[in-house]
Design a protein around this ligand. Structure first.
Ligand code: DCM
Length: 138
């Protein structure tokens, strides 16, 4: 029996906008947009992994605030979970340091303008349902 491995995606929200990141690798995912994040390492909590990944990939100081209910299958053994996150005061603005070549802050009404990874579409939909009204995203 193989264990499943959790990939955490960040719904990073700032000023009523959601951050989307365009992947530059691997080739089969390049050009598609995702909630930035990555694999949870052994012994690491999901929210700590999220903060680490956002620092590594985007150079930001972020904090996770809560999990979006649900879990979406990726290529086995991976599953995607989403946490909402925000920039801490004084954080640098996000930059595409690794894995991505473009970032966009999506305003309400722009959320579906980018070509999300297939597996991120239901996760983004659920994220909007979860925090849309409270964050002014819907
Ligand atoms: N992944 C995804 N959606 C996300 C984040 C990651 O489908 N929002 C996938 C892409 C990779 C795997 O999870 O196959 C691990 O991600 P990474 O390469 O960023 O560590």
């Amino acid at each position: 029996m193989s264990e499943r491995i959790v990939v955490v995606g960040a719904a990073l929200v700032d000023d009523g906008r959601l951050l989307a990141a365009r992947r530059s690798a691997p080739v089969e995912l390049a050009g598609r947009w995702e909630l930035p994040g990555g694999k949870v390492e052994p012994g690491e909590t999901a929210d700590a992994a999220l903060v680490r990944e956002l620092r590594e990939e985007l150079g930001v100081d972020a904090e996770a605030d809560g999990r979006v209910p649900g879990e979406w299958p990726l290529k086995s053994p991976y599953v995607l979970q989403v946490w909402t996150a925000r920039l801490r005061p004084g954080s640098a603005a996000p930059e595409p340091l690794e894995d991505h070549d473009e970032l966009r802050w999506l305003r309400p009404g722009e959320i579906w303008d980018v070509n999300w990874l297939d597996q991120d579409v239901p996760a983004v939909r659920q994220t909007l349902a979860h925090l849309g009204a409270a964050e002014g995203l819907t």
